[in-house]
Design a protein around this ligand. Structure first.
Ligand SMILES: [Cu+2]
Length: 581
């Protein structure tokens, strides 16, 4: 019982990890510090955590290596639990269908119903949400520069919106409830006009309680095609991979927080991985086949490190376009809301696992350990694929159009930042044992958290107790107090410091609405292969410089795309003036 420590530190990351000896001392002092909370009467513990909808919260699934923190036995989040369709028989609902491709031309109209569906995950039927009864929602395909009319009707019990992630569209259709539109109530409709000026893979999702609605299945891809048939290199086929995870136990989906998110510290990591909503995704390819994967991460909190066995992987494009140059890579690190396009050639007959391959962390033992989750199993047949495409794959293409277009932004690269943000977190009314444990743990900080190593503490930390903060370094303004103004045509450098010394530092995937940006540097190291982005990871302890092209007028948001961080405060608005018709 109690906190164990003293395990070997198998891997050091940027010197942030303590030596085993230091960790051992830390762990034993932590155990002493926690001891008094053991003496607290159980009734006091219950009072501390409230007693919402008795019995509805279930204990979250825990890895056997994670000890129960003393004083937290029986504790539940302070917010009431929420599951959709309570009292309904899931069997009465239509079973979610796989995503269908909807090819749209300029001016075409698509009707999307946001409704309840039935899904079976881990052998349990659950009520979830879907766009047009599909999971993921329809894969919309449209040519660059088209304007699509999308009529959304809300049939779920929560208000919702549709945000067109990464699309530089008319501000009125950005889908931010309370900013660009009122949320669409149950039984109501809203018509979006989605203009798509950039070729690439985008996606759409609600901007209301994303931690709940997106997790329950409200997401879909929008593939904008280029008029240039040679936009990407040749491939034998294209596969769309929507990466997700959900948190379930033997009874099904774990409830969400009704009035505020649970898991506000680290975000809600799932324990079941999915590709396109499938837990056992499979592909069969021929030997030497070149497959183009369009990867989108729709998870609430998890950053994936996607590996393709021994197959060769070439990265081609990301959020809002192609890289300056194609590049060989070992794996794809993809944070929530990011997209990557990779070409992969499968040379060896047999089975290849496309997997999330990570160095997980065990905070209690103070060690990292390798962990692999298979996302999709690829069977490579003996039949040879067409040779010419396989040969073309070996050439790394340069995209001169991308470099040429970026050329006019180069004079801005060396300028001083126009704005500097730092990230931090504030907590209040958390159980003392969590506070003590987290404070001690702050000495042991990885730049990326690939797993939820403290599921109990994370679950119990709700949006009522945790505030994630973006702070303007010059003015001290925090979150919604920040109010930047720009003019159309401004090129703005934003420096983001992810300070490692806060209560529980975490990597944040920062998203800017309605504009595109370049990631110029990380910790002063220049990025030599640029690509237009709308979301970028800021690792713990790192400083990242973004160069934002303010091309699109309106009131836009900048926020962390970990859904629980967003709904624990980590968002602000900025205005781009001018150019409005
Ligand atoms: Cu965040």
């Amino acid at each position: 019982m109690g906190v164990r420590g003293g395990g070997p530190t198998r891997m050091r990351w940027r010197g942030a990890a303590p030596t085993p000896m230091r960790w051992r001392v830390l762990a034993s002092s932590l155990a002493i510090a926690l001891a008094p909370s053991l003496a607290a009467p159980l009734s006091a513990q219950h009072e501390m955590h409230g007693a919402p909808s008795a019995g509805a919260w279930r204990m979250i699934p825990m890895d056997a290596t994670m000890p129960m923190l003393p004083g937290l036995e029986g504790a539940v989040p302070v917010v009431a639990p929420f599951l959709p369709g309570q009292g309904m028989d899931a069997a009465m609902l239509p079973e979610a269908r796989p995503s269908e491709i909807v090819v749209m031309a300029d001016g075409d109209t698509l009707d999307i119903a946001v409704s309840m569906v039935r899904r079976t995950i881990g052998g349990h039927q659950s009520v979830m949400f879907g766009y047009n009864g599909q999971y993921p929602g329809p894969l919309i395909q449209a040519p660059k520069d088209a304007t699509l009319i999308v009529r959304v009707r809300n049939e779920i019990e929560m208000p919702t919106t549709v945000h067109w992630h990464g699309v530089r569209l008319d501000n009125r259709f950005d889908g931010v409830a309370g900013v660009t539109q009122d949320a669409i109530g149950q039984g109501e409709s809203f018509t979006y006009e989605v203009h798509v000026p950039d070729a690439g893979m985008f996606w759409y999702h609600p901007h209301v309680r994303e931690d709940v609605q997106q997790d329950l299945g409200l997401f879909g891809n929008l593939l904008v095609t280029s008029p240039d048939p040679d936009h990407y290199g040749p491939s034998h086929r294209e596969e769309v991979f929507v990466l997700d995870d959900v948190l379930v136990d033997e009874q099904g989906l774990l409830p969400w927080g009704e009035s505020a998110p649970t898991h506000a510290l680290m975000g809600r990591f799932g324990n079941v991985m999915m590709v396109n909503g499938e837990t056992d995704h499979r592909l069969t390819v021929d030997r030497g086949e070149v497959v183009r994967f369009f990867l989108t991460n729709v998870a609430n909190a998890r950053t994936f490190n996607v590996t393709f066995g021994g197959a060769r992987v070439k990265v081609v494009a990301s959020d809002v376009g192609r890289f300056e140059r194609e590049q060989w890579i070992e794996s794809v690190v993809i944070a929530p809301a990011e997209r990557y396009v990779v070409d992969v050639r499968f040379d060896e007959p047999g089975e290849v696992a496309i997997a999330n391959t990570i160095q997980a962390i065990n905070h209690f033992r103070g060690e990292f350990y390798p962990h692999v989750d298979t996302l999709s199993l690829v069977t490579v047949t003996d039949r040879p694929a067409e040779q010419a495409i396989g040969t073309a794959f070996e050439t790394l293409r340069e995209h001169a159009e991308v470099t040429d277009e970026i050329e006019r932004f180069r004079p801005f690269f060396g300028r001083e930042p126009d704005h500097e943000l730092e990230t931090t977190v504030r907590v209040r009314n958390l159980p003392q044992s969590i506070v003590l444990s987290m404070e001690a743990d702050t000495l042991y900080v990885p730049p990326m958290e690939w797993n939820d190593a403290m599921p109990m503490m994370n679950w119990l930390s709700t949006g009522e107790q945790v505030t994630w903060i973006l702070r303007d370094r010059r003015t001290g303004a925090e979150n919604e107090e920040i109010d930047w103004r720009f003019d159309v045509g401004d090129v703005v450098k934003i420096r983001i410091h992810n300070t490692p010394d806060s209560f529980h530092p975490m990597n944040h995937p920062m998203h800017i609405h309605g504009q595109r940006f370049l990631v110029l540097t990380m910790d002063g190291v220049e990025n030599e292969n640029l690509v237009w982005k709308d979301t970028a990871i800021v690792p713990v302890g790192s400083t990242v410089d973004l160069l934002v092209e303010m091309s699109n007028p309106g009131r836009w948001m900048m926020h962390c795309h970990i859904a629980e961080h967003l709904h624990a405060g980590m968002m602000f608005g900025f205005t781009v003036d001018g150019g409005t018709p």
